[in-house]
Design a protein around this ligand. Structure first.
Ligand code: HPA
Ligand code: ZN
Length: 330
């Protein structure tokens, strides 16, 4: 099954590029930029990845990304991830990035944009990957700051496929960003948002009603509200579920206890994703394999999940048709 899951063409819709920073590259970039890390070895970094919840992860995630200073750093980070993903049979990657986290460290908006765009073009040329870019706002910072980023982005918005919403969910409801997302819609930008990861099902409803999103990131707590489940099933709004992330951040105690099978049974439009693969124990292939192990899913179930992702992706109609045909033939 491992070999078959590897050859299955997989599209990844929920990935934080800063969460692909492996400890080896963290040390290399720290050296290049004259930054001293609070760890004395790569093993010590990995040992620190023992999270109790979302916030305990976010603390290390924001600390780790401090080694990213130049456009070349962002290009190297993304290219390293694209190579690993390509080797796992990933054919399309939508990467989120957190400009506010970099601005707060004195890294200008142009730096991640330039570096990530270079890597995206190189991956399309050299690896045959298609890619999309999602500018994510930090929900635990003021909405005015997010609005300022949108205003500053200017010409770079031409290379943005969607805006998103991430970081600490509890106490930061989607409605806090109503004005920012309304502006994004006026600018013609599609919208996605993390909701129902640690926050309640009502945040999923708010993301749909107030932010007018076309996809929900995570959404695993949706099952707590039957009316919401019916609405999600009926509207086929895609949920980008991240099994290993949910396990490592203790959203679930074991993978066997994950609501994924119940969500499938409820007829929800699900996709599998890696979220922050350097922090959560593996990329797309490991997430698919973990589901195979925990739920015993057959090939048809994995084909359906792979199809859902391609159908929900930001890509050209021609590429979508081609990838759907490849999945059907797998
Ligand atoms: N949830 C919220 N914010 C994030 C995540 C996540 O899983 N990863 C990176 N930022
Ligand atoms: Zn995420």
């Amino acid at each position: 099954m491992r070999d078959w899951l590897k050859t299955l063409p997989k599209a990844e819709l929920h990935l934080h590029i800063e969460g692909t920073l492996e400890p080896e590259l963290m040390f290399e970039l720290a050296g290049r930029n004259g930054i001293t890390l609070p760890y004395d070895s790569i093993e010590a970094v990995r040992r620190a990845y023992d999270f109790s919840d979302l916030q305990s992860f976010l603390d290390l995630y924001y600390q780790g990304m401090a080694v990213l200073r130049t456009a070349d750093d962002f290009r190297d980070l993304a290219m390293a991830y694209f190579r690993r993903a390509h080797a796992e049979g990933v054919v399309h990657v939508e990467l989120m990035f957190d400009p506010q986290a970099h601005l707060a460290r004195g890294v200008a908006l142009a730096v991640p944009f330039e570096g990530l765009q270079r890597a995206m073009r190189q991956a399309e040329r050299e690896l045959g990957l298609s890619t999309a870019l999602i500018l994510s706002f930090l929900r635990d910072r003021p909405a005015e700051e997010a609005m300022a980023v949108l205003d500053q982005a200017g010409d770079y918005l031409a290379v943005v496929d969607a805006v998103g919403l991430d970081s600490a969910e509890r106490g930061n409801p989607p409605e806090k960003f109503a004005a920012v997302f309304a502006r994004a819609r006026d600018l013609g930008l599609p919208r996605v948002a993390h909701a129902g990861e640690e926050g309640p099902a009502d945040y999923v409803r708010q993301a749909l009603d107030v932010l007018d999103v076309c996809r929900i990131d995570h959404g695993v707590r949706s099952l707590e509200d039957p009316a919401l489940v019916e609405r999600l099933r009926e509207s086929r709004v895609p949920l980008t579920v991240c099994p290993l992330s949910n396990l490592r951040l203790k959203v679930v105690d074991t993978l066997e206890a994950h609501p994924l099978p119940a969500m499938l049974d409820a007829g929800l439009n699900l996709t599998l994703n890696s979220d922050d693969p350097a922090y959560f124990g593996g990329g797309m292939l490991e997430n698919f394999l973990a589901c195979r192990q925990a739920f015993g899913w057959d090939r048809e179930t994995f084909r359906r999940l792979a199809r859902n992702a391609v159908e929900a992706a930001f890509m050209t109609p021609a590429r979508r048709e081609m990838l759907l045909a490849r999945i059907d033939a797998a």
